[in-house]
Design a protein around this ligand. Structure first.
Ligand SMILES: C[S@@+](CC[C@H](N)C(=O)[O-])C[C@H]1O[C@@H](n2cnc3c(N)ncnc32)[C@H](O)[C@@H]1O
Length: 238
């Protein structure tokens, strides 16, 4: 299928009509589990719709309820009984029972959270996952063409041990990319080390993490093959 970018309605970047590599792993896992799975920042359903088609029960969360309305409208009637919409901002607006989920998917959404929100959110995910449950994360790193001017700042912060080295207070001050108006002023670019620290602190085990250039990233954002970070973590079996 030809990749097509779809702008979000609340200026939180773009979603795609094609699964990225990490989301593909989430969908394959969702096909094998019994308990519900949670898709954080589901947008129009790029991962939720295939997970439903694979037989999973999916809780679709998004900060913009109009995205979820479009997702619901695109869901085949036969799959709707397994879809639950959870509008609201993660982490503060979501409340789920402990050990109620077999998987959580967060693709291209954690950038919109501050460091404190990430810490609080990961602790909640840890609580919501049943033993052996898995978390799938895809996030952008600082190594993307529009953020090149930020790389020396980021690398210096890493070198000196700044806790959230990828936090950009004002994207307009470091980039002139023509589509900058489609993202928020502040953005949290992530990396393997920050994600590993977050996951470990939350009590999750990192199974696999890697950097790559995801297949649906626009060419104008390509830099050096490390544009994205993928990560799969699991909740310990007790
Ligand atoms: C860049 S899109 C990514 C959509 C999809 N997950 C993907 O991989 O293409 C970001 C989505 O996350 C949602 N979002 C942003 N911040 C959020 C938050 N704190 N909680 C829940 N959803 C959020 C936006 O409304 C938007 O639909």
């Amino acid at each position: 299928m030809r990749h097509r970018r779809q702008p979000t309605r609340n200026r939180t970047g773009w979603t795609s009509n094609v699964l990225n590599e990490l989301s593909e792993l989430f969908v394959a896992h969702a096909a094998t589990v019994q308990r519900p799975v949670l898709d954080i920042g589901a947008a129009y359903g790029v991962a939720t719709l295939p997970a439903l088609a694979a037989g999973a029960t999916v809780y679709a969360n998004d900060a913009d309820p109009t995205h979820l309305a479009a997702l619901e409208a695109a869901t085949p009637p036969a799959h709707r009984p397994r879809l639950r919409l959870l509008p609201g901002r993660f982490p503060q607006d979501l409340d789920l029972p402990p050990a109620s989920l077999d998987a959580v998917h967060a693709s291209n959404v954690l950038h919109f959270l501050t460091g404190n929100e990430l810490t609080a959110g990961l602790a909640l995910i840890r609580r919501w996952l049943a033993p052996g449950g898995r978390l799938f994360i895809q996030a952008g790193t600082p190594y993307q063409q529009p953020f090149q001017a930020f790389i020396p700042i980021y690398e210096e912060r890493v070198r000196t041990g700044v806790p959230w080295p990828g936090w950009i207070e004002d994207t307009r001050a470091i980039s002139t990319h023509k589509k900058l108006g489609q993202i928020p002023r502040s953005l949290h670019l992530l990396d393997e080390q920050v994600l590993t620290n977050l996951l470990t602190t939350a009590g999750l085990a990192v199974e696999h993490s890697w950097t790559y250039c995801r297949r649906d990233l626009p060419r104008s954002m390509h830099l050096n093959g490390r544009e994205g970070v993928g990560c799969i973590a699991s909740s310990y079996t007790e």
